[in-house]
Design a protein around this ligand. Structure first.
Ligand code: ADP
Ligand code: XUL
Length: 527
């Protein structure tokens, strides 16, 4: 029975999903999660990130991710209930954009890791910056402007890299570090993304960065996928020598290092390059052909789908990435996802079943009440100084506020994903996709059938499926993506739009758009 293991290093935890690809037992063997705050409390994170006095600065400790990998592999070997001797290949998914800064001796140190001591204890001194800025960091507005100016403006950048400069993208983050800490920047020999940092630890050598995750750096040309020397030069001095190699998403980076074999009894499995969580979710939700979009309701909410040709968003809010299945994928990200829904839930002392009951007790359209769901800084549209705004929503009525945030989020998603096309079918995934009430609002606002996929971690499943695909290629076999995902991405529930509600939202979407336009006129933002 060929086994494949997929990881997902997300904002709040590291998930491992093991799949069996044997013809008679094809399916998920098991999934386990190492929650950072709960299981690795000594790093002092909250929701997976470090407390910060400045709300625009959001960092996490890279050694926490390394220790999570060690702890999770040990748990997988003990708790999955199968012999991991049949493991053929491993890959992973990681939160995108986050950057890990390493001293020049990193590669050498990797080669000297001993199985006698825990991994993280042997990585002291390899970091030239103790913490990694992550995708929630919005502190680089100045650097975004500087990079866009140097590269001929946002439109040229978007046409070349798939996105204009966004605060969380790696290039502005690198630039800010190089400007503010010139000495530490000089001492940096390599900048990895979260994905290539963890893949390097698995192979015990510097692993390449895949084209999918590299699309989130603002440093790669989409066609052909290669570092864009103009952008590299505009970002920071000496950066060209510090970037990892680029590789297609199906590249085998090496085999599991001796550490993992000796310490946790794993075999000499292939390690396939890791990718970003959104590219991996595209595979893990089975959205491998144009026409199907996926909405992931996680810490952030994202909408994405495959694209044969790279169409760039006219309003500048979307992204085009190299897709792990070949071709491209379009995507739009909303930072006020689950944490904003939790803010409303907690403000009224509800749990999720109370939240769902409140949603069910109010009519579609909320009697014309509309809310802009900006509880924290927002990526789409860009809002740096948050100020949730409501019109016609009673601030003291729990049910009205619950409906207002869910409707506001779905209308924002429909509005800002129009550039990607109109979805016929939406695949729903992520923690909040468990909530059928939320999916009904999604189906009604988009006027599309919503199919909920089983399991909450499509990124880890996508990574395991990518491991299978790359393993076949390494064996000289060509397997179509439909065949790779078959049996793993079967929807468990269909939620269909209710025609009367669709009509209500056709009108309300116009009100939402007008309210957003007015609010942005006053908001502090970069245009
Ligand atoms: P991540 O992006 O960190 O991988 P997940 O996809 O695991 O996040 O989603 C976690 C989130 O799911 C939690 O923060 C929580 O707000 C949300 N969630 C879990 N159950 C429900 C529910 N029944 N209704 C709405 N949201 C939920
Ligand atoms: C994508 C993005 C987030 C992160 C965290 O651009 O910023 O979706 O990948 O999940």
């Amino acid at each position: 029975m060929p086994l494949y293991l997929g990881f997902d290093c997300s904002t709040q935890g590291l998930t491992a999903t093991l799949i069996d690809a044997g013809p008679s037992r094809r399916g998920v063997v098991g999934t386990l999660v190492t929650n950072f705050d709960v299981m690795l409390p000594h790093y002092g994170t909250r929701h997976g990130v470090l407390p910060s006095a400045d709300p625009h600065v959001v960092h996490a400790p890279p050694l926490m991710w390394a220790e999570a990998l060690d702890v999770t592999i040990a748990r997988a070997a003990r708790e999955m209930g199968v012999d991991l001797g049949d493991l053929r290949a491993i890959s992973g998914s990681a939160q995108q954009h986050g950057s890990v800064y390493l001293a020049a001796m990193f590669g050498e140190r990797l080669g000297a890791i001993s199985s006698d001591a825990a991994l993280a204890s042997q990585l002291t001194g390899v970091l030239s910056r103790p913490t990694a800025p992550v995708w929630m960091d919005t502190s680089t507005t100045a650097e975004c402007g500087e990079i866009e100016d140097a590269l001929g403006g946002p439109r040229r950048m978007a046409q070349t890299t798939g996105s204009r400069a966004f605060e969380r993208f790696t290039a502005p983050q690198i630039r800010k570090f190089a400007k503010e800490s010139a000495g530490a920047w000089l001492a940096t020999g390599r900048v990895h993304l979260v994905s290539s940092w963890l893949a390097s630890l698995l192979v015990g050598a510097e692993a390449p960065l895949d084209h999918g995750d590299a699309s989130g750096t603002a440093l790669m040309t989409l066609d052909p996928p290669a570092w864009w020397s103009e952008a590299v030069r505009a970002t920071a001095p000496g950066l060209e020598r510090k970037l990892p190699r680029l590789a297609p998403s199906w590249t085998v980076a090496g085999t599991l290092a001796a550490y993992w074999q000796r310490r946790h009894g794993l075999p000499t499995a292939r390690v396939v390059v890791w990718s970003g969580d959104n590219p991996c979710s595209l595979v893990g939700t089975g959205a491998v052909r144009e026409g199907t979009f996926t909405i992931s309701l996680g810490t952030s909410d994202t909408i994405f789908g495959p694209m044969a040709a790279p169409r760039v968003s006219v309003d500048g809010t979307g992204h085009v990435f190299a897709s792990p299945v070949g071709g491209y994928m379009g995507m739009t990200v909303f930072q006020n996802g689950s944490l904003a829904r939790e803010r409303v839930r907690d403000a009224f002392g509800l749990d999720w079943s109370g939240f769902s009951a409140a949603l069910a007790s109010t009519p579609a359209g909320n009697n014309d009440g509309v809310m802009l769901p900006w509880f924290g800084p927002e990526i789409t549209p860009p809002v740096l100084n948050p100020h949730p705004r409501a019109d016609g929503v009673d601030p003291s009525a729990a049910a009205d506020n619950v409906r207002a945030i869910v409707e506001g989020q779905m209308m924002a998603m429909a509005l800002h994903s129009r550039w990607m096309g109109v979805p016929r079918v939406l695949h729903a995934t992520g923690g909040a996709s468990a909530n059928t009430g939320i999916l009904q609002v999604m189906a009604d606002v988009f006027d599309a059938t919503v199919r909920r996929l089983p399991g909450s971690n499509s990124a880890a499943l996508g990574a395991a499926l990518r491991a299978m695909h790359a393993d076949h290629i390494a064996d000289g076999r060509h397997t179509e993506w439909e065949e790779i995902v078959a049996g793993f991405t079967v929807p468990e529930t269909d939620v269909r739009p209710v025609p009367a509600n669709v009509e209500v939202y056709t009108r309300l979407r116009e009100r939402y758009e007008a309210l957003e336009r007015t609010a942005l006129g006053r908001a502090d933002r970069r245009s």
